[in-house]
Design a protein around this ligand. Structure first.
Ligand code: FES
Length: 198
């Protein structure tokens, strides 16, 4: 559905109650409308991706697809939970295809480029020819994994895929203020925060 028609329908929803219309059915089914909503709400704002408890130990990694983008949730060697694009900077191979613990570096399954858990490109085997692990055209410092802006609140990992949203604390100031009184007695992320469906 074209943007001008979407805007027209939204204007009618927001009109004074006496003349307002409900949202037409196609807003719930039209792929273009859903794509626009995804961009506005999930890509350019803070969206909940996972919980930090999904990667409880250093080195734990979990691939997650979000808005069609392959992402990698990872707890690094310092215990920091980070989110990277799960894409090798060489030829775009998916780096981690199933949840697992990373021992040492993240090794690309295609040509074995290796990345530290902090995203740095640390090894480029044979990139300059057999036995030559360096090449003047490959500047490792510029080819680390692309990190997604993230923020953890109450163990929930929020991401801002576009990278241009205001800070999480700014966007959600009212909610954070409201929740402040619960900070001392509500705990998230521990072993009692999960259950398993039988
Ligand atoms: S695609 Fe990853 S090393 Fe080549």
């Amino acid at each position: 559905m074209p943007d001008d028609l979407i805007n027209r329908d939204l204007d009618r929803v927001l009109a004074p109650i006496a003349c307002a219309n409900g949202l037409p059915n196609k807003h719930y089914t039209d792929p273009a409308t859903i794509a626009r909503e995804n961009r506005a709400v999930l890509e350019h704002q803070w969206a909940a991706l996972a919980v930090a408890a999904d990667v409880p130990e250093n080195g734990d990694a979990k691939p997650i697809e979000f808005l069609g983008q392959p992402l990698l949730l990872l707890r690094d060697d310092a215990g920091l939970v980070r989110v990277f694009f799960n894409i090798c900077r060489h030829r775009g191979m998916i780096l981690v295809d199933a949840p697992r613990k990373i021992q040492g570096a993240i090794r690309c399954p295609y040509h074995s480029w290796c990345y530290g858990k902090d995203g740095r490109l640390v090894a480029t085997p044979h990139v300059g020819g057999p036995g030559q692990n360096q090449h003047e055209g490959i500047v490792r410092a510029t080819l680390g994994l692309r990190e997604v802006r993230s923020h953890i609140w109450r163990d929930v990992v929020f991401i801002n895929l576009s990278g241009d949203a205001p800070d999480f604390e700014v966007v959600h100031e009212a909610a954070l203020t409201r929740w402040a009184e619960f900070e001392n007695w509500l705990h998230h992320g521990g072993e009692n925060s999960r259950f398993t469906l039988m």
